[in-house]
Design a protein around this ligand. Structure first.
Ligand SMILES: [Zn+2]
Length: 277
C-alpha cells in the first residue's frame, strides 16, 4: 500500500510547481540489452549513438543557457562507453541517476540477474565517482524483485511507477522509497522514438507541446511536482530541441516554476506519515 498523504509542503521561493526535466541517456545499451543480435545492426546502433554523441550536447547547451538543472538517468554501459558524456553532465552540475547496466528490462530477468544489473550499474557509475541516489527502471517496467532491492542498495527514490501524479512513498523491502512518478504522455519516446523495430507514433511537436504545457498547468493548479522524461536520441533532434525550448519558455512565462533535479525535490520530502507496507 502506498502512502499518498501530502509528501511535500511549500516549494522554495514561493514556487507554485516543481518541474523535473529528466533525460535517459540510453545510448546503444537500449538495443544491446534486447539481445546480442542487435550488435550487428549498425544503423540502429548509430541512431542510438546520436543520443550521447550529439543530442546530449544540445540539451546541455539549452539547460546552461536557461540556467536549469537536469536529472540524467545513465545505464552503466553508457557510462563505460561514453565517458565524455558522463563527464559533461557532471561538469555542468546536473544529477546522474541509475538506469540499469545494459538497460535490460527487469521483468524479464531472474532475481540474480536483476541484482547484477543494479550492482554493475553502480560499479560503472562508481568508476566516475558517482553514487546515485535515484533509480529509473529501463524501459519503465519495474519488477517486485528490483523494487525490493533498491533501498537496501542505498537508493532513496525511484522514478519508475505511475500510481499517482504526485510523489508518494512506496515500500522497498522493509524501507520506504520515495516515488517520483513519470508517465508515458510526458515522455518523448512514445511520440518521437520511432525505429523499424519499435514503432512510435511519429507525432509532430505541434501535437505534443500543448499536452506537456497543459499538464504543467494542471501541476501548477495542484501545486505538485511534475516529471518530464526525455531521451537525447529523440528530443536531441534539432526540431524537437526547438520544441523543448518553447515548452520551457512557456513554463517560465506562466506561474512560478521551480526547476529542480530529482535529488533536490527528494530532499524536501516529509517522511511517510503512516507505516507503508
Ligand atoms: Zn531507458
Amino acid at each position: 500500500m502506498e502512502d499518498t498523504t501530502a509528501v511535500f509542503g511549500a516549494w522554495p521561493g514561493d514556487a507554485d510547481v516543481a518541474v523535473a526535466l529528466t533525460f535517459d541517456v540510453d545510448g546503444e545499451a537500449a538495443w544491446l540489452g534486447e539481445g546480442p543480435e542487435y550488435g550487428r545492426r549498425l544503423t540502429l546502433l548509430s541512431q542510438a549513438r546520436f543520443g550521447p554523441g550529439r543530442g546530449l550536447g544540445r540539451i546541455l547547451d539549452l539547460l546552461a543557457e536557461l540556467d536549469i538543472p537536469g536529472t540524467f538517468y545513465v545505464p552503466g554501459h553508457t557510462a563505460d562507453h561514453h565517458p565524455e558524456a558522463v563527464a559533461a553532465i557532471v561538469a555542468a552540475g546536473h544529477e546522474i541517476g541509475h538506469h540499469g547496466y545494459l538497460h535490460r528490462g527487469t521483468d524479464g530477468l531472474d532475481a540474480g540477474s536483476q541484482r547484477a544489473e543494479l550492482e554493475e550499474g553502480l560499479a560503472a557509475l562508481g568508476r566516475h565517482g558517482i553514487r546515485p541516489a535515484g533509480y529509473r527502471s529501463p524501459g519503465w517496467e519495474l519488477s517486485p524483485e528490483t523494487l525490493a532491492m533498491l533501498a537496501g542498495l542505498g537508493f532513496s527514490y525511484d522514478s519508475s511507477l505511475m500510481a499517482d501524479d504526485r510523489p508518494y512513498w512506496q515500500a522497498s523491502g522493509t524501507a520506504p522509497l520515495l516515488e517520483l512518478p513519470g508517465h508515458w504522455s510526458l515522455c518523448d519516446w512514445p511520440y518521437f522514438g520511432w525505429t523499424p523495430y519499435h514503432g512510435g507514433l511519429l507525432a509532430g511537436p505541434a501535437a505534443v507541446e500543448p499536452i506537456w504545457l497543459e499538464e504543467y498547468e494542471s501541476a501548477r493548479q495542484d501545486r505538485r511536482a511534475i516529471t518530464y522524461t526525455m531521451h537525447p536520441e529523440a528530443i536531441g533532434r534539432g526540431y524537437l530541441l526547438r520544441m523543448l525550448r518553447r515548452v520551457i519558455t512557456g513554463m517560465l512565462s506562466r506561474g512560478r516554476p521551480w526547476f529542480a533535479t530529482h535529488a533536490q525535490i527528494a530532499a524536501l520530502a516529509n517522511p511517510p506519515a503512516v507505516r507503508i507496507a
